[in-house]
Design a protein around this ligand. Structure first.
Ligand code: G1P
Length: 293
């Protein structure tokens, strides 16, 4: 029997320097993909996978994320008085339940491994948990990425990362895994490396920013030396974890948008908007008109 996964960690402490000046006063996670903040899309994916509690690893100037996942009394009241019940219901449906969010601060930008370690007390030492990097949007018309990983977890237990192929000239930008069977949907991991120097990657399967981890990771992170880029790297502790417990890669077949990059952000806006019945057809016409110029 595997232990049920109830909690998800979302690291949202990053400064978003690639998006200045937009991110001077607004957290990058609150930039919108169509009309929903990036972080709301990721919470939606996690809720669809059965996550009940969201642990946000925040930093200075991130308070609006906390407000976003709370009731907004004045707004709700105004919508109610104006009879905008559909809008109000939609707002309320987006919220995790009362008590279903926790916020803790990373204090210093020491790396992803350090950010995850900051969740140790809230997760506790006997519950596996999900980890979602909010920059990375996993777009699919089928089952969500984390939901697929939950299926794999329920079959195999242990630890999981989502992976997808990247062009060979980009492997140095990501965590890369080697697997027993590159074609399989779920495969045992044989190798893991964070940001391998060009030409040294064990495959072109990159870690896409979705994880299911056992709490063993926290003890490993506590003693983790800085790695690539001088940061405390989650991948380095996952390598140590893979020597202790089973570790699987789950291939994600949808589209991944890195909304932390300008091209990824713009492409995500177009892809998500084209999917919408109320916007798609008209946007398609606008794009065609622009491309004809
Ligand atoms: C982090 C992880 C890396 C992963 C990537 C996905 O890197 O360390 O393994 O492939 O996220 O976006 P970062 O983007 O923080 O440099």
């Amino acid at each position: 029997m595997t232990k049920r996964i109830r909690k998800a960690v979302l690291p949202v402490a990053g400064l978003g320097t690639r998006f200045l000046p937009a991110t001077k006063a607004i957290p990058k996670e609150m930039l919108t993909i169509v009309d929903r903040p990036v972080v709301q899309h990721v919470v939606d994916e996690a809720r669809a996978a059965g996550i009940e509690h969201f642990v946000f690893i925040t930093g200075r100037n991130k308070a609006v994320i906390e407000d976003h996942f709370d009731l907004a009394y004045e707004l709700d009241d105004t919508l109610r008085k104006r009879g905008k019940t559909k809008e109000l219901e939609a707002l309320l449906a987006d919220l995790p339940s009362a008590g279903g969010t926790s916020f803790t601060r990373q204090q210093a930008p020491l790396g992803l491994g350090h950010a995850v370690w900051c969740a140790r007390d809230i997760i506790g030492d006997d519950e596996p948990f999900a980890l979602l990097l909010p920059d990375m949007l996993h777009h699919t018309h089928g089952k969500g990425c984390l939901a697929e990983m939950m299926d794999a977890y329920n079959r195999h237990g242990g630890n999981h990362v989502a992976v997808a192929p990247v062009p060979d000239d980009q492997t140095h930008q990501y965590g890369i895994v080697g697997v027993e069977d590159v074609k399989a949907k779920v495969s045992r991991i044989t190798k893991m490396v964070e940001k391998p120097p060009k030409g040294t990657a064990p495959s072109n399967l990159h870690i896409t920013g979705r994880y299911i981890l056992q709490p063993t990771i926290f003890n490993l992170l506590a003693n983790q030396e800085p790695g690539a880029g001088g940061e405390i790297q989650l991948t380095d502790s996952m390598i140590a974890l893979s020597r202790l417990e089973p570790f699987h890669a789950v291939r994600f077949d949808g589209d991944i948008y890195d909304t932390g990059s300008k091209i990824g952000f713009l492409a995500a806006n177009i892809a998500y908007a084209l999917d919408r019945g109320d916007l798609g057809p008209q946007l398609r016409q606008e794009i065609e008109r622009l491309l004809e110029r």
